[in-house]
Ligand binder design. Structure first.
Ligand code: ZN
Length: 442
């Protein structure tokens, strides 16, 4: 999933940034990593071209698997044990690639997250390079990030630093259009989260910030009913207000009573009401019929809810239920919720990982990296493991036009991101797992 295109420089984060003893100069080994990545630049760009030119829209199962096979071969040669995990046919998705590298026992276990599917594919989406810009589906979201990950690992292997590292890679085949139920389509990612200590995700990034918090997402749906009757009797004792006044009251109650809490948003996506309402909750479409001289008996509204913590989600749901329960005379309503993405709440541990990334960036001469305002970013795959382990996202390609046919990436920044990722992995990978035991939020 993409980052939001508008970027605010201010980082409003709840957790304090703990600055440890991170070095802002390069060691001899890190210089070696830097040199290996710079000299491999054209080879890395050719690899990106190769995988971008394999069309892999989420529902192109053969294409997604073909991209997976290319990465599998490369990872096998680095000493990873790779496994393609198929999804049941009923889910209609290609499956995921899981790759594991066993290093020194006791060293931190790192989960690296990518995805092979793209939003667009086909004609006009092939790789086109003009100077330092490469256009094409997945150049930035996120075959670019996958290639950054791979070439950082290649450099670490060459420098003899990979051998001691404990790394699990999970590449989803359906990040852009996840299959339901999520409990099945994200099962392997969640399992990997539970057997690792930290998560690093390579979705699109920026030069000056990375992501230690993303809001979660939930769907909600209201079904309201009224007593169908002659319109002339509306508001009367006997028949009351009807389904549409009831649903309007509820939605306006949300607006007047819940707006303004930090990082909390809720939006009504659609609303239908009348005498005969047919609504398809999967397709998010429907039909309605009515008469002008009646009080309507049915209404449905469907929307989403974004939150920064599980606690904020639960509190908001409770308040929404309370508002729903204050029915107008002659009407009734129920609200239901469906979990989509959990929140990735800011934690002290994630801030420590960011501090390592920041110092790696400074050591390379690329400047400071701060926390991105979570209000500026949508949900992503790292969110599924955030309830268990700390992490950092936005380590991938810098580009524009994600989720549009204009998608592109800046190839100079791809090299910068590869160098920064290699230094980050090098610095984290030798640390003990004990230093990443999650500490409770202050
Ligand atoms: Zn993505």
């Amino acid at each position: 999933m993409m980052r939001l295109p508008i970027k605010f420089p201010i980082a409003v984060i709840l957790a304090p940034l703990v600055v440890g003893a991170q070095s802002v100069t390069m060691t001899a080994t890190e210089r070696q990593l830097h040199d290996a990545i710079t000299s491999g630049r054209e080879q890395q760009i050719a690899y990106l071209e190769k995988v971008v030119n394999i069309p892999s829209g989420t529902l192109n199962l053969a294409g997604v698997r073909k991209v997976g096979a290319v990465f599998s071969t490369s990872l096998d040669s680095l000493g990873f044990r790779t496994k393609w995990i198929n999804m049941p046919d009923s889910l209609g998705r290609a499956g995921h690639l899981v790759a594991e590298h066993k290093g020194k026992a006791g060293n931190v276990r790192m989960l690296l997250i990518g995805h092979f599917d793209t939003v667009f594919e086909g004609a006009g989406q092939q790789f086109v390079r003009v100077d330092s810009i490469a256009k094409g589906a997945g150049t930035s979201d996120m075959k670019g990030g996958d290639v950054i990950m791979l070439y950082a690992l290649k450099a670490l292997k060459k420098a003899g630093r990979l051998d001691a590292m404990n790394i699990t890679l999970v590449f989803s085949g359906d990040e852009e259009h996840p299959a339901f139920p999520i409990s099945l389509s994200r099962r392997d990612l969640i399992d990997a989260g539970k057997r690792n200590d930290i998560a690093l995700a390579f979705e699109g990034g920026n030069r000056g910030d990375a992501t230690i918090a993303r809001r979660g997402a939930s769907a909600w749906r209201i079904n309201a009913t009224g007593t169908q009757s002659h319109s002339g009797g509306v508001f009367g004792e006997r028949v009351g207000y009807g389904a549409i006044y009831e649903i309007a009251r509820i939605i306006d109650g949300f607006r007047t009573q819940l707006v303004g809490e930090k990082y909390l948003t809720f939006s009504v996506a659609t609303i239908l009401g009348g005498t005969d309402v047919v609504y398809d909750t999967i397709g998010i479409k429907g039909t309605t019929a009515s008469k002008l001289n009646i009080i309507p008996r049915a209404a449905v509204a469907h929307g989403d809810l974004r939150f920064i913590s599980e606690e904020q989600k639960q509190n908001t749901r409770a308040k929404m239920r309370e508002i729903v329960a204050k029915h107008l005379p002659g009407s009734d309503a129920t609200i239901s919720f469906e979990d989509e993405y959990p929140a990735m709440s800011p934690t002290a541990g994630s801030a420590r990982i960011l501090a390592q990334y920041d110092s790696s960036s400074q050591a390379l001469g690329y400047g400071k990296v701060e926390a991105l305002d979570p209000g500026r970013r949508g949900a992503g795959d790292i969110s599924f493991v955030a309830p268990f382990i700390d992490g950092l996202d936005g380590l991938g390609a810098l580009g524009e036009g994600a989720h549009s046919p204009r998608e592109n990436t800046n190839l100079n920044s791809m090299i910068m991101q590869t160098e920064r990722a290699a230094l980050l992995l090098n610095r984290l990978g030798q640390m003990s797992a004990k230093s990443f035991v999650r500490t409770p939020n202050p």
